[in-house]
Design a protein around this ligand. Structure first.
Ligand code: DO4
Ligand code: MG
Length: 291
């Protein structure tokens, strides 16, 4: 079971999307209201949704045709890094000017260290949703999307759902100096999440999710790669525990878990490219690229 938010005229609607792709608008203003209502009824969120939609009539439209909004209003988005071997190799390539197996870079060290890399990625105002545009930085000539599994947390730091995130990144700025990381990662519309959140209780194994990245240029697929969250170096609760440490977590804080997909090293995004990131049990996050 997934949840989406969409615009209907001037209203924002929360809706459940079943595994058969049927869409049922819910009475709650947002996912947190739904969770509280379920708790009052002594039900899990999934049980509450099933009780709500049983005997109901789904929308006659497909959910991809709705005016989708980010599925959760994330006050903050954080991200973990170098959690997959593929990411480690790509960062090493950036800092050494071409050697993926450098052996002793910051990236090699953090891959094996007890403390993971966790960085601040985005705020509500900088984050776009499905169908929105992600922007390119004007001072970078090597930019890529980073498809990542996103953890949706409540204020207690529990993983309540999963989503898809795009941690847009400037490989040249990042490679020039690790101290430039915030500039390589954070700018207007440099983060996207959606199209849905999948309830944690309806996700049997987050360590076995296929992630696909397709990038279309004038309708031709110029990148088409995939990987599996099974190759994640860390546990999800381990990443959350470092994020939570002496920190403030809000209902809707999202933690991106690092990328396992990096386009070929000679690839850079261009205006009007269409990025599609798919995790089947969640959906496909589609964004266009703007200068
Ligand atoms: O250290 C740089 C960023 C790493 C990252 O964003 C990732 O591995 O996904
Ligand atoms: Mg990343």
């Amino acid at each position: 079971m997934r949840l989406i938010q969409y615009r209907d005229g001037v209203s924002k609607v929360l809706a459940a999307v079943t595994d058969d792709e049927a869409v049922y608008p819910l009475e709650d203003k947002n996912v947190w209201e739904l969770f509280r209502r379920a708790e009052r009824q002594g039900m899990t969120p999934l049980e509450q949704i099933n009780a709500d939609i049983t005997g109901g009539t789904p929308l006659s439209r497909e959910w991809s045709s709705l005016e989708l909004l980010p599925p959760v209003d994330a006050p903050e988005v954080w991200a973990a890094g170098v959690t997959y071997q593929r990411s480690r190799e790509a960062r090493n390539y950036e800092v050494t000017g071409g050697k993926a197996d450098a052996g002793s870079t910051f990236y090699d060290l953090v891959y094996d260290a007890e403390r993971p890399e966790i960085f601040f990625k985005s705020t509500l105002a900088r984050t776009v949703g499905p169908g929105g545009s992600v922007k390119l930085r004007s001072d970078s000539s090597w930019q890529v999307p980073e498809p990542e599994l996103g953890l949706v947390l409540n204020a207690g730091g529990e993983i309540v759902a999963y989503t898809i995130g795009n941690d847009m990144s400037c490989r040249d700025i990042e490679g020039e100096n690790p101290l430039y990381l915030p500039q390589a990662k954070i700018w207007k519309q440099s983060c996207s999440i959606g199209p849905a959140i999948r309830l944690a209780e309806a996700t049997p194994n987050p360590y076995d999710l296929e992630i696909g990245l397709r990038i279309y240029r004038k309708d031709e697929a110029v990148v088409d790669i995939s990987a599996n969250t099974g190759s994640l170096k860390r546990r999800l609760d381990e990443l959350v525990s470092f994020l939570k440490r002496d920190n403030l977590i809000f209902d809707g804080t999202v933690l991106l878990t690092g990328t396992c997909l990096v386009p070929p090293d000679d690839f850079t995004l261009r205006p009007n490219d269409r990025i599609e990131i798919e995790i089947k049990p969640i959906g496909t996050l589609i964004n266009t690229v703007e200068a």
